[in-house]
Design a protein around this ligand. Sequence first.
Ligand code: 0A1
Ligand code: ZN
Length: 853
Amino acid sequence: MRDTAPQPIHLADYQPPPFLVEDVALTFRLAPTATRVIAHIRFSPNPLATPGHDLRLDGEGVKLISASLNNTEITATPDATGLTIPAQDLPEGPFDWACEVEIAPEGNTALEGLYMSRGMYCTQCEAEGFRKITFYPDRPDVMAPFRVRIESDLPILLSNGNPASSGPGWAEWHDPHPKPAYLFALVAGDLVATTDRFTTMGGRDVALNIWVRRGDEDKIAYAMDALKRSMLWDEQVYGRAYDLDVFNIVAVDDFNMGAMENKGLNIFNSRYVLASPQTATDSDYASIERIIAHEYFHNWTGNRITCRDWFQLSLKEGLTVFRDQQFMGDMRSHAVKRIEDVLTLRARQFREDDGPLAHPVRPESYVEINNFYTATVYEKGAELIRMLQLLVGEDRYRAALDLYFIRHDGQACTIEDWIAVFEEAAGRDLSQFKRWYEQAGTPRVDVSDAWDDGTYTLTLRQHTPPSHGQPLKEPLVIPVAMGLLAADGTELLPTQVLELDSPEQSFSFEGLPERPVASLLRGFSAPVVLNQSLSREHRALMLAHDTDPFNRFEAGRTLAREILHAMVLEGAKPGPDYVQALRVMLRDEALDPAFRALALHIPGQDDLAASLHAAGHVPDPDAIHSARSTALRLIAEALIDDLLQVYESMQTPGPYSPDAKDAGRRALRVQTVALLARADQGEKAAELFARADNMTEQLGAWGALLAIGKGQQEGAQFYRQGTEERLVVDKWFSAQVMHAAPAKAASLAQELTQHPDFDWKNPNRFRSVIGALGANPAGFHNRNGAGYRLVADWLIRLDGVNPQAAARVSTLFETWKRYDETRQSLIRAELDRIMAQDRLSRDMGEMVGRMLG
Ligand code: 0A1
Ligand code: ZN
């Protein structure tokens, strides 16, 4: 255990930086074990700060070789987190600081700062990685233009901004746009580019380059296409154009997160760039499209306008996620995209918000900021913006954004700045709305209704459960989009938005011909749990007739959840009415196949564990797993002819195309083949596996076989064809673990960690085994505790080399308090064991400490 727990940092303690940076010039002499970094920085006192401060520069793991002030050499003695030049040693007014440091990228396994990935140099500076490169005021409200010179024998040398000049063994870059250090990037390697061009609406001719390792050039066409569509979309929808002459994207194999929006030089986890029909699934293609767009959109929401401090992270992330969701809806289907986004929100953010790691969209304190790149900051943050748009209307939303871009370009901003542009553009007070940023936890909205002679009255009550440090919550402004349906399915009242802003409120609708069924929270208009008790007939009515596609989906999902609860708790069986409703949906050719595929998915194990817990039960992962398996078998047996027919009809003629239309057909095909396997029709999946010319169908078919205890032969073939493809081998690992039978999952995962291809220091590979075990809840939570032990062993091991990646995976334990006493004590023992480690990282210490509460 560590002697002293690291101290939290509080939003309330924010102080403006005492010194601003006018200009930065960096020279890198690259060498794997001894890279030299020479920095020349011009500082000036910040007029907004009190005078007389020491100069404090952050720096971690950097060896100081020499330093000077205004060209006079000085001696400075760094401590563990940086160095201080006392105020009395500083010249009056602006001054030049220079220093030379040495760093060792080869030994940097944390993948933060400057590191190496298979012979290539690469950086990751968000959130606080720049301090591992040189001494610097490493905070987002210090923005400066950068000049960078790279010296190396490697052929390709890249940094932010525009190329300035180059010669044999060196290259210089200039980024004229002032930026915080977290957006700094450098790449050097033997890379090849595919180049394209884009002309902005202002007439700027931009070179677009996607850099990959030799051999991967054939896998970037889709990413390039997505980039060009993103650039055009941001001009057309937000009026935002690109602002440099080049836009570089680099794919790197070792990367902690998905991708990074460094100015003019986006760096991507290769799994979100590289795609061919044989190596990537349709959902990989969709992720590539989304993440390419996300990083590109950051150029305005994040880079041109950045965050004042890390508490404001959702200012850039929530907004950019909202923008990428809008983009994906425009590119594909709004209805399907909304359903997928809500499923992700519930699976990740509601899970977080209901457990010990709950925190507000704008947290008030943190120990390690890297632990706050969460579903709450990202996905719930995006939901807040969606609600703002709904509350003020699309035109005023756009006016607010225009004002935001004009007023704050080049600044480091806060959530207050953001709310203010909405208040001005919409002419309304949003102080109550701001609570959404400040209160953790998912609000509950309980519904009751009454009918009296033509008048229908809806009563809505809201409450948000207590969370760590926030025992009492204030009422929020909750936009509830709703409509009313008649018993025959016709719409009596089209969608309108109710604003629920008190603990309890009633809304009356007069002059109705009959008692209606209320279709509430259409489009999932607010990130809340809606408790509306409806009969099965009414849910079936909504499933068949609601004009809102989200609520149609939701009605089916809620029905399925209720049936599964009854199966888990009472051993019930799915009734014929539910099966018939599924059949109608499955056969409805007017419906988008992608929508039908989603509607056929029954709630997953974790969804059921959460919902059973919310209903006051202690979830039993074994019972959930077996109820789901039984439900899938019974549904499949009852629908076998329909499934066979739809399976055949969903073939995609012609060569593979990742577009939404074909992807939707494949999704339905894979979904039907997986159900057929449950009804003893595994040969269909085997056949599909053998014939498939694309990864979506191949992996879908293999997964269907694995889920019924088959697929050995297919697994061997899958591995053989993928040996040279790291991203395919990741899938080979994860599919086996995810689909393993509960009693065998942990031992299989354990066995796979001994496989020669289990390169555990590579974050993607680590997650493909250890993370995948968490995606097999009955396996992970097996009563013998083997899953818990294995995960804890590996978290401890990874924490020693890559704390950030390890801390993220530790969230597998975040739901531990839902479970029975035996499981809780097994998990507690593992969390205690992690906590007792000698050299526990700050990242892991904070996560486990919060989970232990
Ligand atoms: N800003 C990036 C994600 C990112 C965040 C943190 C990182 O290291 C701690 C790396 C990347 C994005 O939103 O895409
Ligand atoms: Zn982002």
